[in-house]
Design a protein around this ligand. Structure first.
Ligand code: G
Ligand code: G
Ligand code: MN
Length: 277
């Protein structure tokens, strides 16, 4: 099908920027320009640290720090997400090994990692190589995973779940959020998008959305994670609405792995003698 495209100088600039970023992104893994930050996830009833979500960071030699919402999309379009994602999974597993055994590590997996590669195999290999217990790993997917190869994706997620890996549905409430796939997908947790948390307490709409998600999750036997919690008031309110887990600036911004350790379990890995000195 032929399509007419109106050409504008702005488009040329945009295309050049995209090309420049693509070239830089191509070399980023080899140059070791990626790192991970970790954002705490806590139990809302007592603020206990449960684990963290790994969030990729890119410090490009030529472009400086590039926001993930900019480069992840490009990585998905170019297929580079497969290798980047593989690195993220391995690095997150390595980091989890430095934290206590009763903590989890949550990793975002893009729909394209299911589409273009055998992400199940990548996860198995990472667990094998690092020796991390599968029960300590979690996978976050968005409803976008269901766009194509639905049966294949459901099968892969089921296998991950059988290995002991928890599956969380990310950004719930922002897309189609169809009730049909909530029953279809193998899921342990549902993450309520920060958009609904932002106005709480006080937003009748936000409260209604959160209430219906927690009620639904209870009957489907899934845990609810509230994202974007910035105040103690929000944390208490969401706990009262039936969210079991919280994440957001109030508990901690995304931070280096060592900072998670210092802030949430400073005594781990140090002997009494080391602490005394
Ligand atoms: O903290 P923040 O700006 O990093 O996150 C921006 C977005 O980028 C989030 O929506 C998050 O899901 C996504 N993101 C962060 N790290 C990863 C990653 O390792 N893989 C994928 N697929 N998405 C990620
Ligand atoms: O799509 P995903 O939920 O993975 O995106 C997480 C994004 O939200 C990251 O960019 C992260 O830095 C940001 N974020 C995490 N907690 C908070 C918060 O409490 N407030 C705000 N405004 N942003 C947050
Ligand atoms: Mn996420």
């Amino acid at each position: 099908m032929a399509r007419a495209v109106l050409y504008s100088p702005q488009m040329a600039v945009k295309m050049n920027e995209t090309k420049t970023m693509e070239i830089a992104l191509n070399n980023a893994l080899l140059r070791g320009e990626f790192s991970l930050e970790y954002q705490p996830q806590v139990r809302l009833s007592d603020n206990r640290f449960l684990g963290a979500e790994a969030l990729v960071r890119w410090d490009s030699a030529t472009l400086g720090r590039v926001r993930p919402d900019l480069f992840i999309e490009l990585a998905e379009e170019t297929g580079l997400i497969v290798d980047i994602g593989k690195w993220v999974i391995e690095e997150a597993c390595r980091q989890a090994l430095t934290w206590p055994k009763n903590t989890h590590m949550s990793v975002n997996i893009s729909p394209m990692q299911f589409e273009l590669a055998d992400v199940l195999e990548h996860i198995r290999a990472a667990l094998d190589e690092t020796g991390l217990d599968a029960h300590r790993l979690e996978v976050e997917v968005t409803e976008g995973v269901l766009i194509s190869n639905t049966d294949l994706v459901i099968d892969a997620l089921s296998q991950l779940q059988k290995m002991g890996i928890a599956i969380a549905l990310d950004d719930f409430g922002t897309g189609f959020s169809s009730l049909a796939y909530l029953g279809k997908l193998p899921l342990n947790k549902i993450k309520i998008d920060q958009a609904f948390v932002r106005g709480l307490p006080g937003s009748a709409h936000g409260e209604a959305v959160v209430r219906s998600i927690t009620t639904l999750s209870q009957s489907l036997d899934k845990l609810v994670v509230a994202e974007g919690i910035e105040t103690q008031e929000q944390a208490r309110f969401l706990n009262g609405l039936g969210c079991q887990i919280g994440q957001g600036y109030y508990f901690g911004k995304p931070m280096k792995g060592a900072d998670i350790r210092d802030q949430f379990f400073p005594l781990t890995g140090k002997t009494v003698a080391q602490l005394a000195s």
